[in-house]
Ligand binder design. Structure first.
Ligand SMILES: *Cc1c(COP(=O)(O)O)cnc(C)c1O
Length: 418
């Protein structure tokens, strides 16, 4: 340890001692020796979930059997779990449904949005959005036939791309998965509305990490993952929200029986349920929804403003330390430098050696991830990451770079999931 290491470690300890959210770490299982900086991809496991899953399996499923659809409220889970998410995205209870994946919910929203503007045929997308978002739009366009996909650079103003007057819907990430750049939801929504189109916000990297105010921004549709900052578990079902002013006019094509207004009437023809219920498709994923329900309980104790503030301070501390301690190794900040424009993860570009560096770090207990072609990405979940984790992670990153610990053949072979 040199003097600056000691100073950084002291600062980190001070920040941790003053952290009003520090106690939340005890709600999670963090493996020994691990600094977990990938909660933006898969959140850590809340300890309470194992007991709840055991209860659901042994009591509700094994003993209750089919009666549990009523007695354990399984049938209500999509909307009950949605009620726990509503305050995190700035909407009212009863407006959010949970089920299926983010990809599938994007498809429902895209189709519903296009249906609202039958006179227009253009789907406007950001060119480097998370791939599934744009793939789903491609799939819809191929199915519907006469839709046109246009892409634009979302780091630049959107207005010129709306001026043609033929845009039926715009789909955007609120926080970008690679750079963590945050869109001004309210201003962008206003611009899109001025051009007569609805907007779909993907909140996958926002919810539980940055302030989201869908209602106040007058947004139209939103979807998002629950296995990232919400810690709902691998493959946890996604959420979908539609503005109440639009809900009654929306039609989504995955018109499964659970979105019907009365599934157990078994009528021959589909009649959509009220509001967001019509975005539910098939039978709810009870085990995953139960796990998610348990994971979301702790959010009622979280002061969200404290959480957002801690997120900004963690990412700022990380950027500062990486830039001061790892100079000369080719790391280039890919996230906005201005903290007000940044979500809760930080990406650095690192040519050629990004992947093996991340593998070497993971072997030393610092878990982040890699996004092709050259991004190493670190997520800072305020509920369980502390400032000393940040300080220690940067020391290990420096060591990996200085001592070329990444230079092993085994680290250069890409795994299926990076
Ligand atoms: C993580 C993420 C997804 C994942 O979609 P799945 O259907 O859950 O695989 C989609 N979009 C964005 C923007 C994401 O960050």
């Amino acid at each position: 340890m040199n003097t600056s290491d000691t100073q950084n470690a002291n600062r980190a300890r001070e920040y941790d001692a003053a952290d009003p959210l520090a106690r939340f770490r005890t709600y999670f299982h963090i493996p020994a020796g691990t600094i977990y900086l990938d909660g933006n991809s898969l959140g850590a496991m809340p300890l309470a979930v194992t007991g709840r899953l055991a209860k659901t399996a042994n009591h509700e499923w094994a003993e209750g059997l089919i009666r549990s659809w009523n007695s354990a409220s399984w049938i209500q889970l999509p909307l009950l779990v949605g009620d726990r998410i509503a305050p995190l995205i700035g909407v009212a209870r009863g407006e959010v449904a949970v089920g299926d994946s983010t990809s599938v919910n994007l498809f429902k929203c895209l189709a519903a949005a296009v249906h609202l503007r039958p006179d227009r045929r253009v789907i406007l997308l950001e060119q480097d959005n998370f791939p599934t978002d744009n793939y789903m739009a491609e799939g819809l366009a191929a199915l519907v036939g006469n839709l046109e996909i246009r892409v634009f650079d979302s780091t630049k103003p959107i207005e010129p791309h709306l001026a043609s007057g033929d845009v039926a819907v715009v789909m955007l990430s609120h926080v970008h998965y690679r750079t963590a750049r945050v869109q001004d939801m309210s201003a962008v929504t206003t611009a899109i509305h001025a051009a007569g189109a609805p907007v779909i916000w993907d909140l996958s990297h926002s919810v539980g990490a940055v302030k989201v105010e869908l209602a106040q921004s007058d947004a139209d549709f939103a979807v998002g993952c629950t296995y990232k900052y919400l810690n709902g578990g691998p493959g946890a079902p996604a959420f979908v929200w539609v503005a109440p002013r639009l809900a009654a006019d929306t039609k989504q094509p995955l018109s499964g029986w659970m979105g019907h207004k009365d599934p157990f009437a078994f009528t021959p023809l589909y009649e959509p349920g009220p509001a967001v219920k019509r975005f539910v498709c098939g039978t709810p994923q009870v085990l995953s929804l139960t796990a998610l329900d348990e994971c979301l309980k702790l959010w009622s104790e979280v002061d969200l403003d404290q959480l957002f503030e801690k997120s900004r301070r963690l990412t700022s501390f990380f950027v500062e330390l990486v830039e001061s301690e790892c100079q000369g190794h080719g790391l280039v900040l890919q996230s906005p430098r201005n903290v007000a424009e940044r979500g809760s993860h930080v990406s650095f570009g690192l040519e050629q050696i990004g992947y093996p560096v991340m593998r070497a770090l993971i072997d030393r207990g610092v878990i982040g991830d890699f996004r092709t072609p050259n991004t190493i990405r670190f997520g800072f979940t305020p509920l369980y990451v502390g400032f000393s984790d940040v300080e220690r992670a940067v020391q290990l990153l420096r060591q990996v770079l200085e001592e070329r610990l990444w230079d092993l053949d085994a680290y250069k072979i890409r795994a299926a999931v990076t």
